[in-house]
Design a protein around this ligand. Structure first.
Ligand SMILES: [Zn+2]
Length: 94
């Protein structure tokens, strides 16, 4: 998938930075920095891992109280369901 340069989640507009973040402390491919409204998503992973990481960070943006385990479980489960069923949630064009 093409990961955008920014994303609006609720009232927050997050800028998205791509790069090699996987080996930094406390980062497993991505992170969300509330102080600066910045989302980090590593760009040196397989495409499916990048997309799942992006969804994981979106879930953190939706609910600051989600634990790592909850965000991981939900992002991996939703990604499998969406991709294996070719789901497209966009509004149909009329
Ligand atoms: Zn997380």
């Amino acid at each position: 998938m093409k990961i955008p340069k920014q994303i609006k989640i609720g009232a927050n507009l997050f800028k998205i930075l791509r790069g090699s973040f996987r080996h930094e402390e406390d980062m497993d491919g991505g992170s969300l920095e509330w102080e600066t409204n910045t989302m980090f998503v590593a760009s040196d992973m397989p495409e499916d891992r990048e997309a799942t990481c992006f969804l994981h960070e979106i879930l953190h943006g939706l609910n600051i109280y989600l634990t790592e385990e909850q965000a991981t479980y939900l992002s991996e489960g939703l990604m499998q369901i969406i991709r294996d069923n070719n789901l497209d949630f966009r509004k149909p064009k009329v």
